[in-house]
Design a protein around this ligand. Sequence first.
Ligand SMILES: Nc1ncnc2c1ncn2[C@@H]1O[C@H](COP(=O)(O)OP(=O)(O)OP(=O)(O)O)[C@@H](O)[C@H]1O
Length: 472
Amino acid sequence: MKDFWQTCVQRLEQDLPSQQISAWIRPLVPLAFDEAEAVLRVSAPNRFKLDWVRKNFAHQIETLATEWYERPVQVVFELAGAGASPAPARSGPAARLGAGPDAATAQAAPTTPVATPASPVANAAAAELAHDRSRLNTDLTFDNFVTGKANQLARAAALQVAENPGVSYNPLFLYGGVGLGKTHLIHAIGNALLASGKGARVRYVHADQYVSDVVKAYQRKAFDEFKRYYHSLDLLLIDDIQFFAGKNRTQEEFFYAFEAMVAQRKQIIITSDTYPKELANIDSRLISRFDSGLTVAIEPPELEMRVAILLRKAQTEGVTMPEEVAFFIAKHLRSNVRELEGALRKVSAYARFHGREVLTVDVCKDALKDLLSVSNGQITVENIQKTVADFYKIKVADMYSKRRPANIAMPRQVAMYLAKELTQKSLPEIGDLFGGRDHTTVLHAVRKISDARSKQTELNHALHVLEQTLKG
Ligand SMILES: Nc1ncnc2c1ncn2[C@@H]1O[C@H](COP(=O)(O)OP(=O)(O)OP(=O)(O)O)[C@@H](O)[C@H]1O
């Protein structure tokens, strides 16, 4: 385990700035690796660091651990001193269950003997573990979800399902464009159910992660465990189901999980960028199942709602934002909530940096020059890189980096293609803006994506969405 941790820190050092390494990664201490359950326990020195690391680095550490141990590893973060002794290896069927996807520990009893089972500390630890295993982001709640015409139906359905899972609408299928709050809403459902203290087994999973769980189960011939884990959940939240397109084995496994869960009145909630019948390359049996519960759209927010979101987020961040400023931003940035959040971050950083205590429309005009020019019809390469990175959930820095894994190389080529298509820049200029790449690399990307687009419905659809977002 020590060797792993050393390598892990070295790998993170390649990706993260040194301040982040010393602030967040170095203070972590690896405690134990539970062979039976493939669970790596890591301690953080205080609650703040624990929450931050869990939110921001858990995925990277888990990916590295999974690579190192050559099987899906779950990383559990604990507060230093709170029962931070090596966990005893568990035996028996429950321990074997843990060999399932993503350390499918089936959310059984916590592995850490924190205190006697009925004590408040033990309950808190159990609740924390249930949260860890659910992969929910505790920041995404109903409380901080701003409601308006665009999402009120979806929110009402979500609330109903959180109160009566498995009974009212099963599945609940939420669809809408990028950055409109689908992920937020399903996390809110999971958080509400966990907070209700019914002991429900909840799991949030992005469709991509589910696909890779299937692949791992396939490699390890561990489909029984995979099934047992997913079928044992009370609430499965599956995000961006359109990523199942063309993945036949995944669709088949999901079909079984779906049938088993619905038959037992376990709740399934699905999000997608489109409504079920419009999903490309998804088995018609699945599409008809998706359509058999309640399907609700989340629309782009109207002006007043965009203003309300900005004011609410500004308040949460401790930024004083006059209403006219919120109106100014909301009038110019229309596409989605993620974009509004980005604008708020930019504006407040700009104001802080220039010592401007009060946000004014002029400050916004300066701070948001790039974004505003996009919404006025001028698309910049910088904005394309940001939009594409958001869409594929990679870092903007990867647009310029030399890293070449497929999950980064493909989005980078998409961004180059869009830069050629939507801006006046030449191939060498685009190459420069992508970390000094040669113009032939750009040309290759443009040709490749243009060719793939004509053959792959999924890619073509993604490009449509990106073009629409960029054109506003
Ligand atoms: N109604 C809302 N109130 C408050 N915050 C919101 C609302 N809608 C979206 N957000 C915030 O906007 C950001 C983007 O939302 P989210 O990730 O849920 O979008 P999404 O629809 O899942 O997008 P994608 O399809 O790209 O995954 C998040 O930070 C979320 O908290």
